[in-house]
Design a protein around this ligand. Structure first.
Ligand code: PEP
Ligand code: MG
Length: 572
């Protein structure tokens, strides 16, 4: 019998596929002494053999179902296990040091992974990822554990998990994962944001999906309404296939606007930009006709790995984004670690309130080595395009001044060495802490631009954790208190002749867009998949009408009243 669970619609679209449950399992690798080293070598060989036959099967399946190119990844994994340069040193170590296979395999593999990751070559970096995945498979066999690793998914599935960390999400193989649903999370948790940039349908905050489904259960994920249908009847499947088709043809309509300008009916231009997490996301930005990148969340460069990226790796990433965007603006945000984005290798102590803790610029001002390395990479890359730098989580003017001073020190030091640096780099801040929004007139005298981070601004103004589905009703972008704060920030910036963008999810929200337009927002930056629907919407409004709407919205009392006002004025 089909049943329906409601959650929070996190990423548009409809997915229909069988469930793959992603269990959060840490493989504990211990160091143990062994007496019978030959038996231990045999145990290793057995685990490798089992992994290889598993991979052969998966490869065959992927080849048949999805084509040769998608099966290539498993062929690469098989090559790793056939490589004597990797496997022989493990056996030698077992024999010479009398240590267990898991430990020796881990030591050798980590050495190779680190070596490849440090190479200045995309191909070798991919090999590092292959080694990591395939070694995890062998480890699982050695430890007798049933593994569910997102990067090992090899058929079309919808992923079900209690929660997906941003790094789990980053590892999802876009070829196979058609959608996901989680127990926890809200619309602005980073896994939801990533789903939108990967353009895969997602529902989060269902509270109970993991308790209701098994591996292999057929599931429909409706990312438009936030519904998840478990074990649907053939009629329901047919109905959702139809809905999926309609959504896809709507997207085709929007796609016609890809080369159009974002103009109101009275010819006022606003900039529509996209948010990215990785250089590969630039594909989506270009495909969706965004006029720039309004937020590059650089922390993803630091995640899903065992150590900090080098200055060189960062330089290459920033340079490639700037070059691919040609002369279009690219706003790069400096490291924003903390909150729901952790870096285990920094070994930071667990905090009771991570979203209120040692996060973003607070960490960067303390761990200056990490910060300075990133700034150097950015400054060096600046000559390859139109770079703007922005600091996250600024709460006080002193923080901004201190971060700016460090940037200027690094710039002077590089120039001293003869490195060329663009003289056009604008320097801005995210306005995502209420203290900064309230003091925007003072900040506006010292920064080149603001970008309003509504995901955090709303959570801090309403005192409602953005990850907690129980308080998700307080994520109220249309609450007049939020609209008034935004209005203050825009007015303060314009008073000083500075521009204001918004890179929180509110910028792509169809109810909010006409109000933001009327309030005078200069740049809207959103998930790439929202750019074309937003363009289509803005092209139906005149600035005069939008201004009237915004003025009225500012006088209302509740989010509900604001929503009703916009819906009444909808332009079709
Ligand atoms: C925000 O807070 O609105 C924002 C864009 O930053 P992040 O979602 O990465 O915290
Ligand atoms: Mg933020």
């Amino acid at each position: 019998m089909a049943s329906v669970i409601s959650g929070i619609a996190a990423s548009n679209g409809v997915a229909i596929a069988k469930v793959f449950r992603l269990e959060n399992m840490e493989l504990r690798i211990e160091k143990k002494e062994v007496q019978d080293t030959e038996a231990e070598v045999q145990r290793l060989e057995q685990a490798i053999q089992t992994s290889m036959s598993e991979l052969e099967k998966i490869k065959e399946h992927a080849n048949k179902e999805l084509g040769e190119d998608k099966a290539a990844i498993f062929a690469a994994h098989l090559l790793v296990l056939n490589d004597p340069e990797l496997i022989n040193p493990v056996k030698d170590r077992i024999r010479s040091d009398k240590l267990n296979a898991e430990y020796c395999l881990n030591e050798t593999a980590t050495m190779f992974i680190t070596l490849f990751e440090q190479m200045d070559n995309e191909y070798m970096k991919e090999r590092a990822a292959d080694i990591r995945d395939v070694i995890k498979r062998v480890h699982a066999h050695l430890l007798g554990v049933q593994l569910s690793n997102p990067s090992l998914i090899s058929e079309e599935v919808v992923v079900i998990a209690e929660d997906l960390t941003p790094s789990d999400t980053a590892q999802l193989n876009r070829k196979f994962v058609k959608g996901f649903a989680t127990d926890i999370g809200g619309r602005t948790s980073h896994s939801a944001i990533m789903a939108r940039s990967m353009e895969i349908p997602a529902v989060v905050g269902t509270k109970q999906i993991t308790k209701q489904v098994e591996n292999g259960t057929l599931l429909i994920i409706d990312g438009l309404t936030g519904e998840v249908i478990i074990d649907p009847t053939p009629e329901t499947v047919a109905q959702y296939e139809q809905k999926k088709k309609e959504y896809e043809s709507q997207r085709e309509e929007w796609a016609k606007l890809v080369h159009e300008k974002t103009l109101t009916t009275d010819e006022v231009h606003v900039e529509l930009a996209a948010n990215i997490g990785t250089p590969e996301d630039v594909n989506g930005v270009l495909k969706n006709g965004a006029e720039g990148i309004g937020l590059y969340r650089t922390e993803f460069l630091y995640m899903g790995r065992d150590q900090l990226p080098t200055e060189e790796e960062q330089f290459e990433a920033y340079k490639s984004v700037l070059e691919r965007m040609e002369e279009k603006p690219v706003v790069v945000r400096t490291l924003d670690i903390g909150g729901d984005k952790e870096l285990p290798y920094l070994h930071l102590p667990k905090e009771l309130n991570p979203f209120l803790g040692f996060r973003a610029v607070r960490l960067c001002l303390e761990e200056q080595g990490i910060f300075r390395e990133q700034l150097r990479a950015l400054l060096r890359a600046s000559v390859y395009g139109n770079l703007k730098i922005m600091f996250p989580m600024i709460a006080t003017l002193e923080e901004f001044r201190q971060a700016k001073a460090i940037l200027l020190e690094e710039k002077a030091a590089l120039q001293e060495k003869g490195v060329s640096i663009s003289e056009q780099i604008e320097l801005g801040i995210m306005v995502e802490i209420p203290s900064t929004a309230v003091l925007a007139d003072q900040f506006a005298q010292e920064v080149d631009f603001f970008s309003i981070g509504t995901n955090d601004l709303i959570q801090y103004t309403m005192a409602a954790d953005r990850m907690n589905e129980r308080v998700s009703y307080l994520y109220q972008p249309y609450n007049p208190s939020i609209l008034r704060l935004i209005n203050m920030v825009i007015k303060a910036a314009h008073q000083e002749g500075k521009w204001v963008g918004m890179c929180g999810e509110m910028a792509g929200d169809e109810i909010a867009i006409p109000i933001l337009l009327g309030l005078g927002l200069d740049e809207f930056s959103m998930s790439a998949s929202s750019v074309l629907p937003a363009r289509s919407q803005i092209r139906k409004w005149s600035m005069t009408d939008a201004q009237k709407l915004a003025e009225q919205a500012l006088t209302l009392k509740t989010a509900e009243e604001v929503q009703a006002l916009v819906l009444k004025s909808v332009k079709v």
